[in-house]
Write a protein that binds this ligand. Structure first.
Ligand code: SF4
Length: 367
């Protein structure tokens, strides 16, 4: 039974120079048809399940005008929710307003994710982000006044010309916001982004690693639990929605470019707005064999600091993890650790976790 749903709103007020998500500049002429198509996609697929997590991401959902925003909330309101549901909306500082906050409260939204990225003026400009530090502080204060205290903020580090001191000053400012969740990402310069076209070079890998370790240490010292490679939370504030992905559970993905997983199918929607609005939603789908399902269980599950439960694996797949993957060798090489029921990547190896996760791709048996 599917317990989670992701809804994609692909419109943004301006395009960030590092962004390679499915998105486009907000134009009001598109919004109505897009929301109608979204509603149609939902009606065709939703089977009246009760969700434990709803996540509206983008793009920038808060970029919609107040009436469009209400229209979107109304569409999402057709979903049934479990009692202790988590309902998140991604927002950005410039387009979030008190009126939108009131509507979110009214429709039961209880978690807000804000893309702040950095407080450094030199780099905000380079990223084409235009908020100011005091705007972020007043918006977080306002959200809390409305009882929306479950807030995530995204931080990007490894920015061009960034120093360790810049990262420290960003983290210090983030800590002052007193929010329960922080997601951190190292800047990746993806092809077809403005930064790539401008030939901006990534920072040196050893500096990147030093920054990552600085962030982990500072957040840990301040009571944040490092529960996934890039995510930190105060106890009890882990993102339930993202845990759906890392636990390799099923979820619907609705909207332009959204991905979903309804076993045994993983699918991706079209990234063409015209096709989407014409009702051609699906772009591609893949049948997940038991083999791939087990690989995903490990590759996604080992992103969590807690790791993968051996008893859960046997229950789900009928075989022990050790009989499928080279667990013993990886433990001997100190790339994995086993403690009680759990297998996980040890703290000192998290930075190189991608190198460890490739060990779980069993290519030979796919053909
Ligand atoms: S706001 Fe988010 S989705 Fe929009 S361009 Fe920036 S990073 Fe991309």
């Amino acid at each position: 039974m599917i317990k989670s749903v992701y809804i994609h709103i692909p419109f943004c007020n301006q395009i960030c120079t590092y962004c390679d998500f499915p998105k486009m500049v907000y134009q009001d002429k598109w919004i109505h048809s897009y929301l109608e198509a979204l509603n149609q996609e939902i009606k065709m697929n939703y089977q009246n399940e009760s969700f434990k997590t709803i996540y509206i991401g983008g793009g920038t959902p808060s970029a919609l005008s107040i009436n469009e925003f209400k229209h979107m909330l109304n569409i999402v309101d057709q979903f049934k929710k479990e009692k202790d549901y988590e309902y998140t909306i991604e927002c950005n500082i410039e387009s979030l307003t008190e009126e939108k906050i009131k509507y979110m409260k009214m429709y039961g939204v209880n978690r807000i994710s804000i893309g702040v990225q950095t407080f450094q003026e030199k780099n905000l400009e380079l990223l084409n982000r235009h908020h100011q530090k005091d705007q972020v502080f007043s918006m977080v204060k306002l959200l809390k006044q409305y009882g929306l205290t479950n807030i995530n903020i995204d931080l990007i580090y490894a920015l061009p010309n960034e120093t360790i001191d810049d990262v420290i000053s960003d983290i210090e400012a983030f800590l002052k916001l007193e929010i329960p969740h922080i997601s951190t990402y190292s800047l990746i310069i993806e092809p077809n982004t403005t930064l790539y076209i401008q030939k901006i070079q990534p920072i040196q890998e050893d500096l990147d690693e030093k920054m990552y370790r600085t962030i982990c240490n500072m957040l840990k010292k301040n009571g944040y639990h490092h529960y996934e490679i890039s995510n930190f939370s105060k106890p009890g504030y882990e993102s339930k929605h993202n845990l759906t992905y890392w636990n390799n559970e099923e979820y619907y993905g609705f909207g332009l470019g959204a991905s979903g997983y309804k076993h045994p199918i993983r699918y991706n929607n079209t990234k063409s707005l015209t096709n989407y609005c014409k009702g051609h939603f699906r772009l591609e789908q893949e049948v997940i064999t038991p083999q791939i399902q087990m690989e995903n269980e490990m590759i996604l599950g080992l992103r969590k600091r807690q790791g993968v439960s051996r008893s859960h694996f046997i229950k789900k797949y009928g075989v022990p993890i050790e009989s499928v993957f080279p667990i013993e060798r990886l433990i001997q090489q100190k790339q994995l650790k086993m403690q009680g029921d759990f297998i996980f990547i040890p703290e000192d190896k998290i930075y190189i976790s991608n190198d460890i996760l490739v060990e779980f791709i069993l290519e030979k048996t796919h053909s």
